[in-house]
Ligand binder design. Structure first.
Ligand SMILES: C[S@@+](CC[C@H](N)C(=O)[O-])C[C@H]1O[C@@H](n2cnc3c(N)ncnc32)[C@H](O)[C@@H]1O
Length: 289
């Protein structure tokens, strides 16, 4: 049975909702203007993660089988390429136009566009889809780019509007560390060398603005593309999440928490307080009826 709203003709996003006269900032990060190098730097094996999402849908979704998956902040469309290989239709959107162009070209090359996957330009705070989805996934703390409570709640509301009741929204986030002075700072420098192109990236949290709940991250990328040298130095400011805030804001946007999972996809017992520096976590949310 297709859970899609009867009469909805396409997956085309609805016109963006008004942000009450406020200016919508564009995505100012050069890193997200360079999809070719982003894709190299963030290349990863998607299969274990998609298997995890399948398990979450089986366990928690009221809509079965899950067929249509939405990916807010889809970047270069890596998951839009791989979700159809697991029999899902996938649609994604991103604020950065170069990322979406790259994703569209990737899907076109595979012959997926309009059939198995689509990519759009859109803002997490405002975009709604007429034809509803059965699940949504949000990766690598992309939702952290929304730093204000109001924007985060708006994101949950518009995502809830794009999903059928009882559907799952999985978000991957990096949580606040309790003890900043003694925070474990892993070596966040990594290198990739592919087809004669060398990319070196450094991702280093350097400043915590606790009153405004923001974590500032110094990002550096150096590319050597067959002798052409490109350097990027920028600050990414991301939401300093606490477990309590995240659950509260998701609740105000129409979602309830089903479980929290570690990077190895094991579940954190519900009775265990989420403190310390647990690394990236998957929050499995369900749209309230
Ligand atoms: C770390 S990347 C993740 C991309 C992709 N999901 C992945 O797994 O590789 C974060 C993405 O969030 C996007 N982004 C930031 N703010 C956004 C917003 N308000 N609406 C939509 N996308 C946004 C950026 O353009 C960027 O592509």
């Amino acid at each position: 049975m297709s859970p899609a709203k009867k009469g909805a003709k396409t997956s085309t996003p609805k016109k963006a909702a008004s942000l009450k006269g406020k200016k919508v900032p564009s995505n100012e990060f050069q890193f997200y203007e360079m999809p070719k190098y982003y894709d190299m730097a963030l290349e990863r094996d998607t299969c274990p993660e998609i298997e995890f999402y399948k398990r979450m849908f089986d366990e928690f979704s009221d809509v079965k089988p899950v067929k249509r998956v939405l990916e807010p902040a889809c970047g270069t469309g890596l998951f839009l390429e791989w979700l159809p290989k697991f029999d899902f239709y996938a649609a994604g959107y991103d604020l950065a136009e170069p990322m979406v162009k790259f994703a569209k070209e990737r899907l076109d090359k595979l012959g997926y566009t309009g059939k198995k996957a689509d990519a759009y330009v859109g803002d997490m705070r405002t975009i709604r889809f007429e034809k509803k989805f059965d699940a949504a996934i949000n990766l690598v703390n992309s939702i952290g780019y929304l730093t204000k409570d109001e924007d985060i709640i708006n994101h949950f509301k518009v995502t809830a509007d794009s999903l059928n009741d009882g559907c799952i929204y999985s978000i991957e986030v990096g949580l606040k560390c309790d003890d900043f002075k003694n925070e474990y700072m892993p070596d966040e420098t990594w290198h990739v060398n592919k087809d004669g192109i060398e990319v070196t990236c450094t991702w280093q949290p350097h400043d915590y603005d606790e009153p405004n709940k923001i974590r500032h991250i110094a990002f550096h990328m150096k590319v050597n593309d067959h002798g052409k040298i490109i350097e990027v130095n920028e600050t990414h400011s991301l939401r300093l999440w606490t477990h309590e805030d995240l659950v509260d804001l998701a609740g105000k946007g129409g979602f309830k928490l089903m479980g929290v999972y570690l990077q190895d996809f094991s579940r954190i017992p519900d009775s265990q307080r989420i403190v310390g520096d647990p690394g990236g976590l998957y929050y499995i949310l369900k749209k309230k009826a």
